[in-house]
Design a protein. Structure first.
Ligand SMILES: [Zn+2]
Length: 224
């Protein structure tokens, strides 16, 4: 008699592990690509929605201002809400249209032309707390201690509060609540930013303004 037992049909443990490893490798390559694809698609949809809203705004503006007068940001926002409801239904708000959950605001308005930004998809409003582990490029905006900074160069790894080291990378452009920032001697300022120093307001005359505000000064002019 030959003593060898009959081999069980089915898979051995080794075979199952090999299959699982192959699946894991495939997933490692395809899942990030899929997520990137979804993110990209949502951003494109968001841009398209904002385009529709902007065209709707223009129609509302023309109806409300046939004489072509100026509108304030507040009024533009009201017209934009009407445009959103007409395009996307009665329950639509400027906070529930972006597929990634962003909120739309009017950034600027020039009569019939409106610029709408998304809090999730527009770098201008996408100002998040500074994170030392994130990479930052030109025109990114971050917030640290309620101060908003604009990146003017490759800012990765540069803390906006690290003084002279940071000043050629980050410029102060304001605060996160639109109040006037207190002058901070370590910072450099974007042109036209207003600061408070010793109870007085000063406006930066040039990009990269620095030094203690006084008037007259190369960098600062008193706001009257
Ligand atoms: Zn969006």
């Amino acid at each position: 008699m030959k003593g060898k037992g009959k081999r069980n049909s089915g898979f051995t443990l080794i075979e199952i592990i090999v299959v699982l490893v192959i699946l894991a490798i495939l997933a490692a390559f395809t899942i990030p690509a899929m997520l990137g694809f979804i993110t990209n698609a949502r951003e494109k949809e968001c841009i398209s929605i904002r385009g529709t809203l902007a065209r709707g705004y223009t129609a509302e503006y023309v109806a409300a201002h046939p004489e072509g007068s100026d509108v304030t940001l507040d009024e533009a926002t009201v017209l934009l809400k009407i445009s959103a409801i007409k395009s996307y239904g009665a329950s639509t708000t400027l906070g529930n249209l972006c597929p990634s959950g962003g909120t739309y605001t009017v950034k600027s308005v020039d009569q019939a032309h409106v610029v709408i930004v998304c809090s999730k998809h527009d770098s201008d409003t996408n100002a998040n707390a500074y994170d030392a582990n994130k990479s930052y490029k030109k025109d990114d905006i971050v917030i640290k201690n309620h101060i908003k900074y604009l990146c003017t160069n490759a800012c990765t790894g540069i803390d906006p509060e690290s003084g002279n080291n940071a000043s050629s990378y980050w410029l102060v452009i304001g605060t996160d609540d639109e109040s006037i920032p207190k002058y901070f001697y370590k910072s450099h300022y974007q042109k036209d930013v207003v600061v408070i120093y010793n109870g007085k307001q000063y406006r930066a005359k040039v990009k990269g303004a620095q030094g203690t505000p006084s008037s007259p000064s190369t960098y600062w002019e008193a706001v009257t």
